[in-house]
Design a protein around this ligand. Structure first.
Ligand code: ADP
Length: 397
């Protein structure tokens, strides 16, 4: 196969991140990466770096909307200063029940993904917008949807099925799981020595955890939506459904529109809860650690809730896997927050998870388990863009 520049697009609520890889046979080389950040502000940022980290573009444009932001990326990649992409891979959080395979993007596929916006309401509208724009602004170039839900398609029905009436299951209500591209990338980095019984904790602003047997997903904490599972930056994670009903009834006392009430409930559980909700301070682990140093009890409670929930989930996955060979931490907190890793593992010695304090005193890739620990504990940064490129190359055949 000739050398092929592949553009990877990963869009969030206020940013569009991208990278360009050169793919040639089995080789992958990152050429550039960049981001447009601060969408919706007068002074955003737009930068592109080469593989050595040299900034080739460094601007502070007004970014009134996503259209202006994406146009900056498209214009830069059409300018001749950078290799024009031969294919584009889009990170798509949720394919819903009908789109389970990574595949080429057509207008009909985008419509189908959009039908299930309610399953990832904070992510899907953005991905749908960018996919439509990419077809328009990069005509004639194949675009591929690479799904976070793809990795989780191997979960058994007993895991995916929700305990609700069939009419809702028939509408596609089930456990999908998210962060799948990150999990796949951890398995990929462990190859060819993927342990039989593996737990990966992806702890970022959104956080989830997966039980993986022989490289295939057995169970994962996020459910129908990324709001389920473990407590994360601004999301509740799993919660007694009665709490949702209570909040909804409180909202309904002053909000007569059912749709507006549902939106307010969504804000309450997805944007204002989690570490932010409990601490009343921040969704950012660095802020919470600082506040704890200053004796802030609510920050302490938020972080304790986070680490306690994850430890509990690890225990249940050890039971589900019938033991454990390796535990991997990834994501911004998993890679960088030494204290979170120590606190999560502190009570897990009986499960064979023994972390060495000195080895744990690192940021980034490392083995942190103690000598003789029955379970190997590692920190591995995710390689999501590389994984997307791999899928694109495979799909290009
Ligand atoms: P996202 O889910 O948005 O991709 P990330 O994976 O970037 O999030 O993780 C963001 C989280 O990682 C934040 O809570 C942030 O505080 C935390 N984090 C990043 N760097 C550090 C650090 N050096 N120490 C502690 N936490 C960190």
């Amino acid at each position: 196969m000739p050398s092929l520049p592949v553009l990877v697009l990963n869009s969030g609520s206020s940013s569009i991140k991208f990278s360009v890889y050169e793919a040639e046979n089995g080789e992958r080389r990152k050429l550039h990466e960049g981001a447009v950040d601060g969408i919706g502000t007068d002074q955003g940022s737009f930068w592109i770096k080469d593989a050595d980290g040299n900034k080739l573009v460094d601007q502070t444009p007004a970014l009134p909307n996503r259209s202006v932001a994406f146009r900056l990326v498209a214009d830069a990649l059409h300018s001749g200063d950078f290799p024009a992409p031969a294919a584009i891979g889009h990170r798509v959080v949720c394919g819903g029940p009908t789109v389970q395979e990574n595949q080429i993007i057509t207008p009909a596929l985008i419509d189908e993904i959009e039908r299930y916006t309610d399953f990832a309401p904070l992510h899907t509208p953005i991905a749908v917008y960018i996919m439509r724009e990419a077809l328009r602004l990069f005509p004639g170039i194949p675009n591929f949807a690479i799904l976070d839900t793809y990795f989780h398609r191997t979960m058994p029905e007993v895991v995916t099925h929700m305990p609700i009436r069939e009419e809702y299951s028939a509408m596609g209500v089930r456990r999908y799981g998210y962060h799948g591209i990150s999990y796949e990338s951890i398995v990929y980095q462990l190859e060819p020595n993927v342990p039989e019984k593996l737990i990966v904790a992806h702890l970022g602003n959104g956080a989830s955890i997966s039980a993986i047997r022989n490289g295939k997903c057995l169970d994962t904490s996020m459910g129908l939506t990324p709001t389920g599972g473990i407590i994360s930056g601004t999301r509740t994670g799993d919660i007694d459904p009665g709490v949702l009903l209570f909040i909804l009834r409180k909202i309904a006392e002053t909000e007569p529109s059912a749709t507006a009430a549902a939106d307010k409930l969504e804000t309450a559980v997805s944007k204002k809860a989690g570490l932010l909700g409990v601490s009343g301070l921040s969704n950012d682990m660095r802020d919470l650690r600082e506040a704890i140093k200053g004796g802030n009890a609510k920050a302490r409670l938020a972080v304790d809730k986070f680490t306690w929930t994850i430890a509990k989930w690890i225990g249940s996955y050890v039971a589900e896997l019938g033991g454990l060979d390796m535990l991997v931490f990834t994501g911004g907190i998993g890679e960088n927050d030494i204290a979170s890793r120590a606190e999560i593992c502190a009570g897990l010695g009986t499960l064979g998870i023994l972390v060495d304090a000195a080895r744990n005193n690192v940021r980034g890739e490392a083995t942190i388990s103690a000598a003789g620990s029955p379970v190997t504990v590692r920190v591995i940064p995710p390689a999501e863009d590389l994984m997307i490129v791999n899928h694109v190359v495979r799909l290009l055949g």
